[in-house]
Write a protein that binds this ligand. Structure first.
Ligand code: ADP
Ligand code: ZN
Length: 434
């Protein structure tokens, strides 16, 4: 039986949801136009006024915002409320460049934490649960967002932050944590550490994990489920729209429901900016319908995914987004071929390797080099050199079948690839440094 944090919204009829979104959008566009000169300018340039926006059907008339705009307008240029009404800032992780900051009123914080509460309840969380939050706390939104959601649900909240993995496991055992929230790469690291300590999933009580903030594959999901003996759920969000909880997975584990009463989603062609029909793969664009302090309209996330309104067995009617396969700027073009790290991760885990790998790309004499370092387990490491070479060739073949180009695969010693306590670094593209 599915549980909901806010059944009325999560299971609302399409018609009522559209009406709610339309009303909120009209008010939001007015709020932004009147209070954010930076965006008013963009609208004026496009010849659009708030009167032109009567419903979400008119959204396509509005200009986009990009990360470049946020950097341009840093720090206060997109603020829509006086600073005296703001109570918090958070900042992006800076994965793809200079960090940007987002502002929150108390109401913005409440709504954000509410979205995280929906995610926790969707994985079965109640006030009986012990929720261990090991996303980073501080400027990063992961820790504060899930922490707030966990309080709302009434879980006993362990504000661990990331790192100090032995202590994570000790608290998990001593206090009987039932829910864990962190990045999927950190979850895998905790699982690996547990095993090294000679413990098994039977020694801990985790039943559900809420993992997000970075791309991860279905293969990685199964790996983590096995390592920690729990069900692993995805959660998505970005600082620019609030933080985690923009979308969350339900018991079906087939994509994330978007909290579309707060965030209106569109999929566009990243080249032309044209809005694509439902079911198309493209760049996700969000309009925040309710944020007061930092209400971004048509923000281009650069995340690539697909939206679907297919009926979900959990009873929620909220539109679903597929797992983002990576950002458009995570995509590498190697020897003319598009490559996402997630494609390589799928092959590696499928062939029995742990998700510890590092891709290195460079350009030598005008030719792209493509190296993948893959860590061996202790057992694999005890093989003969000949055996290891054979395994490298097998991996090259398997990756070539998926990508159409040949990497160089290097099987490296156990523990030689740095573990991540936050967002994992999977690629070093040296071409960008030349
Ligand atoms: P940064 O953009 O600097 O990493 P954030 O910490 O705000 O800053 O991260 C938001 C980004 O993280 C998203 O735009 C997306 O690329 C990625 N992300 C968040 N959750 C997920 C998820 N569940 N799956 C894949 N990517 C995700
Ligand atoms: Zn569902």
């Amino acid at each position: 039986m599915a549980n909901y944090w806010n059944k009325e919204i999560e299971c609302m009829s399409r018609e009522d949801m559209k009406k709610l979104q339309d009303e909120r959008l009209v008010a939001q566009v007015k709020h932004v136009y009147e209070n954010v000169p930076y965006y008013k300018n963009l609208m004026d340039k496009k010849g659009v006024t708030p009167d032109d926006i009567k419903s979400t059907d008119d959204l396509h008339k509005l200009p986009f915002l990009t990360k470049a705009d946020l950097r341009d307008a840093y720090p206060y240029g997109l603020l829509a409320k006086p600073l005296s009404d703001c109570v918090r800032i958070q900042s992006t992780s800076g994965t793809t460049g200079k960090r940007v900051v987002a502002f929150y009123t108390q109401n913005d914080i409440d709504l954000w934490e509410d979205c995280c509460a929906r995610a926790i309840v969707a994985v079965g969380g109640t006030n009986e649960d012990v929720c261990q939050v090991c996303y980073g706390y501080g400027l990063f939104t992961g820790g504060p967002g899930l922490n707030g959601g966990s309080h709302k649900v009434g879980c006993l909240t362990l504000p661990m932050s990331s790192g100090n993995t032995d202590r994570q496991i000790q608290f998990m055992r001593d206090l009987g944590s039932t829910i864990i929230c962190c990045t999927p790469s950190y979850a895998a690291y905790i699982g690996e550490t547990l095993k090294e300590m000679g413990l098994t999933p039977d020694d801990i009580k985790l039943k559900a994990g809420i993992f997000g903030a970075e791309p991860w594959t279905e293969e990685m999901r199964r790996e983590i489920e096995k390592l920690l003996g729990l069900k692993a759920y995805d959660i998505y969000g970005l600082t620019e729209t609030s933080g985690p909880g923009v979308a969350f997975e339900c018991e079906e584990q087939t994509g994330m429901h978007i909290n579309e009463d707060h965030f209106f989603a569109e999929i566009i062609d990243p080249e032309t900016g044209e809005v694509l029909p439902e079911g198309s793969k493209g760049e996700l664009v969000f309009t925040s319908l309710t944020k007061e302090a930092f209400p971004l309209l048509r923000y281009r996330t650069r995340d690539i995914c697909v939206l679907s309104r297919e009926k979900c067995s959990c009873g929620r009617t909220l539109i679903k987004m597929s797992k983002p396969m990576g950002r458009s700027d995570d995509m590498m073009i190697i020897r003319g071929v598009n490559v996402f790290p997630s494609q390589i991760e799928t092959v590696l885990i499928g062939q029995g390797y742990a998700p510890n790998y590092l891709i290195e790309v460079d350009r030598v004499n005008n030719v792209d080099t493509f190296d993948i370092n893959v860590e061996m387990s202790e057992e694999q490491f005890s093989d003969t050199v000949k055996e290891i070479q054979k395994k490298e060739s097998e991996l090259v073949e398997a990756i070539k079948t998926v990508l159409g180009i040949n990497p160089k695969v290097h099987l490296v010693q156990p523990k030689s690839i740095a573990r991540s306590e936050g967002k994992a670094v999977r690629v070093i593209d040296k071409r960008k440094l030349h």
